[in-house]
Design a protein around this ligand. Sequence first.
Ligand SMILES: Cc1cc2nc3c(=O)[nH]c(=O)nc-3n(C[C@H](O)[C@H](O)[C@H](O)COP(=O)(O)OP(=O)(O)OC[C@H]3O[C@@H](n4cnc5c(N)ncnc54)[C@H](O)[C@@H]3O)c2cc1C
Length: 430
Amino acid sequence: MSVSFEPDHAASWYAATANPAPERPALAGEVSCDVCVVGAGFTGISAALHLAERGFSVVVLEAVRVGYGASGRNGGQIVNSYSRDMDVIEEKYGADTARALGDMAFEGNRIIRERVERYAIDCDLRDGNLFAACNASQMRGLREHQALWERYGYRELELLDGEAVKREVDSERYTGALVDHGGGHLHPLNLVLGQAAAVESLGGRIYEYSPVTGVAHGEPVVVRTAGGRVRADRVVMAGNAYLKGVLPEIEGKSMPCGTQIITTEPLDEARARALIPNGLAVEDCNYLLDYYRLTRDNRLLYGGGVNYGGSDPADIESVIRPKMLTTFPSLDDVKVDYAWSGTFLMTLNRLPQFGVVNGNVYYAQGYSGHGVTCTHLAGRLIAEVMTGREERFDAFAGLPHLPFPGGRLLRVPLSAIGAWYYQTRDRLGI
Ligand SMILES: Cc1cc2nc3c(=O)[nH]c(=O)nc-3n(C[C@H](O)[C@H](O)[C@H](O)COP(=O)(O)OP(=O)(O)OC[C@H]3O[C@@H](n4cnc5c(N)ncnc54)[C@H](O)[C@@H]3O)c2cc1C
């Protein structure tokens, strides 16, 4: 295995404000369990928790720290549904598939809220997120979006015109918006840490600093690390974009993508409230979108950009700060305290990849930039399929996935060309 992991969390505002958590030991020697989970992000920890709640003995192996990957670094935006919505699913894969996925499109959000409540997780959970339109074409898209979600029974949406959106976001960029009162935002690292503690409270074992180097298929499956091995009846692969070279069967039809976030110094209360008076999380509708929100200590946490292939820009602040100033020119004098990068996993059709290899190695990955809610759903569906309820997991597992055009060598430049095309359309408002 050739991946190099950093020794600890990225130097993010999240890591700086994480709730106290134990440092878990690396795996040493051999252990056995019902289910071994590889990767302690939302997917892995959600699966481990659903399984532990159902009485399975669970071992989680994490290469670095719980929440080290995208789950501990993301925008924290609780966005409902999937990266591609039910209209696209209907068109490409038919009404039955769209109905099956549509029935689950708001469930991940509910799971998060249940977890926060049941396990008293302190993670700054706040209600409401807003999709901002930068032109008339995007506004038409938002109207259709509202109609679509309402067709699937979701009634928490409110359309805002150009005047109304200014009451939510103090920016000249937007022609309107769609508010999802049922969405929201939170401190993602604290959410995953809280759920990891819940796994352990139910008897689950979590090993940190334990990168998995190989999986030997069989019954049991043997999962190897440098210091030990786990013999498990079943395995959940939840390494997402950070899993490289461990299970080639699931790594060919996706592409790691980097995206960056900065966080300002704390603003005084009045200045922060003037930017986003009702504290909503915001993402715009551009192909390469900007996403931002206020933190509990009145910083602006602002993300954007995509680097296909997952490489980091040399100077993150110089890439993201101009985006922030385009939205909020008044922040010109404000210092940036934190800047970091994270990697998510993109699929060609932007829908997640679920499946099983060799009958007992399950996986869920590739949420394509919107994974806070779907990862939580994935954990439940993995637990369901392991307890004999297959149909909901299979609705995802049945989605066809193709490799990116150009293969490993050309997929990055070809995707960049595609993104340039869509970015130009966004700029032209078409
Ligand atoms: C900067 C950024 C901002 C984002 N913002 C949002 C947002 O606001 N809203 C939203 O919905 N989505 C957002 N996303 C996407 C979302 O964060 C991801 O879809 C989601 O967190 C994926 O969770 P995961 O558990 O599948 O993967 P990850 O969180 O990446 O976890 C994978 C874990 O597996 C571990 N691992 C990998 N390989 C091995 C191995 N060999 N052995 C042991 N462990 C291993 C890694 O160390 C890591 O901890 C964002 C992503 C990024 C990067």
